[in-house]
Design a protein around this ligand. Sequence first.
Ligand code: PRP
Length: 203
Amino acid sequence: MLTIALPKGRIAEDTLEFFKRLFGGDFAFENRKLILDRAGFRFLLVRSQDVPTYVTRGAAELGVCGKDVLLEQDSPVTELLDLKIGRCKVVLGVPQGKFLDPKKPSVKVATKMTNITKKYFADRAIAADIVKLYGSIELAPLVGLADAIVDITETGNTMRENGLEVSEVILETTARLFANRDKFIEKKREILELRDRLAELVK
Ligand code: PRP
């Protein structure tokens, strides 16, 4: 049996849809249940940011989450497949019509992705004061908590509705299937067989 950690939300549903197409039957979590056993697989429903933890600590052999989460956490996993679902962008956002003032000694940036943000500004030799938040990032520039944000966008609606615009796209991300490094070696045949079957369904 292979255990696969999935992130709550649309990526979990889209990933289970792949399994439904492969094996038939109903691949969906019941009500508030967090474990789903189906066709010789066990699926775990976890927070997106927790998927790499389940996998690196061996509670799941496989996981699915956004490439942004893997980059942010610098997770030591074996990446197997780009599922091409959950497509979004990590962007630098600023209040509409405003640019970051190059004369300011340091730019204040609100984000939940502190490592990606640190690297982005370090690569450009810009001093950044990073304000770590856990959500509603778009609010920060509106109330003077930050000059800019680094956040994930899908439709761009949240930024638009809050008077922000994309200043730069930092990275484009999609959901990846990945494995625990040791389990990958232990169960290589089984894991690669699943990877290959899923790869045939990727559009
Ligand atoms: C993300 C992000 C934005 C929103 C952008 O939050 O932080 O707030 O989605 O989406 P849009 O471009 O389609 O408007 P998410 O819903 O992932 O919730 P979280 O803050 O709990 O991570």
